[in-house]
Design a protein around this ligand. Structure first.
Ligand code: HEM
Ligand SMILES: *[C@@H]1O[C@H](CO)[C@@H](O)[C@H](O)[C@H]1NC(C)=O
Length: 493
């Protein structure tokens, strides 16, 4: 008996020691970083979670390419414009993959766009890009839909009659409705039970993915699979959201008009039909359902948090708000409607929107990548499959490239004559072959919502309140702390 226990105990301990020895042995090949302790890795130095602050601290000490050890696994951090650009653009091919944790595999089953690699990813992504472009075309295309939704949001704000209210829920409802229009071809009422289930599913998943339980699941998948806990809830929510998407797909199949595809599902079903004979085709209902959830997950909270920051800054800087309003008045008067193309005639307004995205970037760390091949960069040879995190926040606040990195200042995007200038260092959507798939849509949304709202209302703090906190809540995204504002209709001012 003693013999068996010896083996049972010494095996894992022996394994631990071996893996730590291997770590010490290979450590010199990786970029520098805080000294890793057995089991803990560099967590004793960085804290439990990678946040903008802990990343800034580590890169300040160890440089723009450094290593953080999570237990005995290395994560390479790239930060600052030069290094991130070199990683994402010059080494795009080596950084194509996403790390798929045990949990991600269980939840997403290697389907969709955001959490797939290789052939599936390539095919689903290419289709996604082309289809987003197709949906943007035509008179009733995406721009029209966004304007419609912006008008609805203006209507919802005006129902508050200038009284204080919390804008965040109305904003995120509008943004998720738009993804719904893009995916399903119609909007849902915000109270629709099934639609709420879909959104809750996406939210729960997002919350879980940055929780400690996710790490736990990854270290002990064989154990966690059988234990109750938040991971089980997240998986259940995910299943419900998926079955909602599948229900929609079924409805589309029943009344599909192959000549007039209107939404993501329509285009996808046509593609499925086309590639029926191709044995290597990855077009399937499962991939479609997951792709749709990916659009919801990636396209809701990001855009709506950015808009919440935009309104917050307008309240905090009334002079800037007034200048935006004056510019729109001056160029277009109050009757002419503003379309996306008009951003070129509104340099100041456009600069303000860019500055919002820069000054309060909504992702705490970049979406992680994994080396799809060996990565040879800055003199290091990073083995295949190593995790790489690009710190996009550090790019947007890189003191070498921005005059006032820590301050809200639209001049970051204006030249001396007040013309808008495009900045290469503006990388909120990432870069390279795996960059954001919804960039065009997001840019259109931000511009159209912002201009519609600022033309209709003057935003200000509720009476008696002096200040509005600019400290973010750090979760999956970095959104403002819940705040109230008053939307005073311009028509009565
Ligand atoms: C302000 C809004 C947004 C920001 C800041 C943003 C930012 C990002 C970033 C940084 C990535 C990771 C890129 C990388 O790995 O380097 C990403 C991926 C992605 N985004 Fe966005 N995004 C926004 C809105 C949207 C919207 C509206 C959609 C779709 C409707 C969308 C769909 C996606 C998808 C599907 C991916 C995964 C792409 C892949 O893995 O191939 N995003 N986004
Ligand atoms: C990265 O690519 C750019 C443009 O292709 C090139 O000018 C630059 O020298 C490359 N950087 C490195 C370090 O190879």
């Amino acid at each position: 008996m003693v013999g068996i226990w010896n083996i049972v105990l010494t095996l894992p301990v022996g394994f631990l020691i071996l893996s730590y020895v291997k770590l010490l042995w290979t450590r010199s090949r990786y970029p520098p970083g805080p000294f890793p302790l057995p089991l803990l890795g560099s967590l004793w130095w960085v804290g439990l979670r990678l946040s903008p602050d802990s990343l800034a601290k580590i890169t300040k000490k160890y440089g723009s390419m450094c290593t953080v050890w999570i237990a005995h696994y290395p994560i390479i951090i790239l930060s600052g414009y030069q290094t991130v650009k070199e990683g994402l653009i010059n080494h795009s091919e080596e950084l194509l993959d996403r790390p798929l944790t045990h949990f991600a595999v269980e939840a997403f089953n290697r389907k969709g766009i955001g959490f797939t690699n290789g052939h599936i990813w390539k095919e689903q992504r290419r289709f996604g890009i082309v289809t987003m472009r197709n949906l943007g075309l035509g008179k009733q295309g995406m721009e029209y839909q966004i304007e419609e939704e912006a008008r609805r949001l203006v209507e919802a704000f005006s129902q508050k009659k200038g009284e204080p209210f919390v804008p965040s829920l109305l904003i995120s409802n509008a943004i998720s409705s738009l993804i719904s229009v893009v995916s399903f071809g119609y909007r849902f009422s915000y109270e629709d039970v099934m639609f709420r289930k879909l959104m809750d599913g996406v939210d729960t998943m997002a919350q879980f993915s940055v929780s400690f339980f996710h790490v736990l699941y990854d270290f002990f998948p064989w154990l966690m699979k059988y234990l109750p806990g938040p991971h089980k809830d997240a998986l259940t929510f995910m299943q419900e959201a998926l079955s909602f998407a599948k229900e929609e797909i079924k409805k589309h199949k029943e009344c599909q008009d192959p000549h007039e595809p209107q939404d993501f599902i329509d285009f996808y079903l046509i593609q499925m039909e086309k590639s029926k004979g191709d044995p290597k085709s990855t077009f399937s209902e499962d991939n479609l359902a997951q792709s749709i959830l990916d659009l919801f997950a990636a396209g809701t909270e990001t855009t709506s948090s950015t808009l919440q920051w935009a309104l917050l800054f307008m309240v905090a800087y009334p002079n800037i708000q007034e200048r935006v309003y004056k510019e729109m008045e001056y160029v277009f008067g109050s009757s002419h409607s503003i379309c996306y193309q008009d951003r070129k005639k509104l340099p100041y307004t456009n600069a303000v929107i860019h500055e919002v995205q820069r000054a309060k970037y909504i992702l705490p760390v970049g979406v992680p990548r994994r080396c799809s091949k060996e990565l040879k960069m800055l003199g290091f040879h990073i083995p295949k499959k190593t995790l790489v995190v690009t710190d996009l926040n550090s790019v947007l606040s890189d003191p070498k490239h921005w005059d006032t990195p820590g301050e809200f200042n639209p001049n970051n995007f204006l030249d001396k004559e007040g013309n808008f200038i495009t900045k290469e260092e503006f990388l909120p959507f990432g870069a390279g072959a795996r960059a954001c798939l919804g960039e065009q849509m997001a840019r259109m949304e931000l511009f159209l919502f912002f201009t519609h709202l600022l033309r209709a209302f003057k935003f200000q703090l509720p009476e008696g309140e002096k200040e509005i906190s600019q400290e973010p809540v750090i979760g999956l995204s970095m959104h403002p702390q819940p705040y109230k504002l008053c939307a005073i209709p311009r028509s009565i001012l």
